[in-house]
Design a protein around this ligand. Structure first.
Ligand SMILES: [Zn+2]
Length: 295
């Protein structure tokens, strides 16, 4: 047990160093077109992002997730060009699904499947193709989750698009999370319903679950997004980490702009990390507490 714990710890450290180094490399090189120009600007005007330093001063972490990629949404380029490691949630079966996932991956961001799941209310057309509905059979749910994972290249996790009804349904979430476990994916609960059973079922099945703490742009106004960034700072003053979700699409350009302004301030308080960093940390902590219980 001790041996596997130190192996896991080493793997986790190695992972943190490699992911940071890769992101620094990407940020330094820039990439073609408009993003390349931004990359070069950053070299002249480097933001004090902890993505550029290996250890955050405080040990605190902030994970920024951006949802709704895959449909050539507004703000796609602006988000992918942000000077921080993002977790990019891409919807399956849409016109730019593969392209957005590939571009995000090339730029050092983490890719996850943004799985359309049934809401309590809202139009079915907002869901997108291949959605998980509570009326589906077990077999069809398993088939759709597998098909969505196959559709999004480089995916290492999944989160829910909408899903206030599906994430509160035990049968549905058992099936979804079992497939994620089989395929080696973590699940990020976007928390569109406070009655979500994701954490509970995740524990039962033994799959890492991370939860969203804060939506950045649930109201599409710049003043609201600024307010949410301040809440993110407040959260980090009191907690070790904060997971926050923004969107491309209607608020995309505004959210990218406000995030870019807030990166220097937030990076004084915390290191920006991918969700998988939090997953690995969580696994290590669980293993350590199990080992301590045995002593
Ligand atoms: Zn979404």
């Amino acid at each position: 047990m001790l041996k596997s714990m130190s192996m896991l710890r080493n793997q986790w450290r190695k992972y943190a160093l490699i992911s940071t180094a890769l992101f620094v490399l990407w940020a330094g090189l820039g990439s073609g077109g408009a993003a390349g120009a931004k990359g070069r600007d950053e070299l002249h005007n480097p933001l004090p992002s902890p993505a550029h330093s290996l250890e955050p001063v405080s040990g605190r972490t902030a994970a920024v997730v951006i949802d709704d990629f895959g449909n050539n949404m507004a703000g796609t380029e602006e988000m992918l060009g942000l000077p921080i490691p993002l977790t990019v949630a891409v919807m399956p079966f849409l016109p730019s699904t593969k392209q957005d996932a590939e571009r995000a991956h090339q730029r050092g961001h983490e890719v996850i499947v943004h799985m359309p799941m049934e809401p309590i209310s809202g139009k079915a057309s907002w869901l997108g193709p291949g959605a998980i509905l509570t009326s589906l059979s077990d077999e069809e749910i398993v088939r759709r989750v597998n098909a969505a994972i196959d559709e999004v290249p480089h995916a290492v996790g999944m989160n829910n698009h909408m899903g206030s009804k599906a994430t509160a349904d035990r049968r549905v979430m058992r099936l979804v999370l079992k497939v994620c476990k089989e395929r080696g994916l973590y699940f990020l609960d976007s928390k569109t319903n406070y009655r979500s059973v994701v954490s509970e079922v995740g524990k039962e099945i033994g799959i890492p679950i991370v939860q969203n703490h804060l939506f950045l742009d649930d109201v599409y106004k710049e003043s609201h997004i600024v307010k949410q960034c301040r809440l993110l700072e407040d959260h980090l003053a009191q907690h070790d980490s904060c997971v926050t979700i923004g969107h491309v699409g209607r608020p995309g350009l505004k959210t990218a702009l406000v995030l870019r302004q807030y990166v220097p301030r937030i990076s004084k308080k915390a290191a920006f990390v991918h969700i998988s960093y939090l997953v690995k940390k969580q696994q290590l902590q669980e293993l350590e507490s199990k080992t301590n219980q045995k002593k």
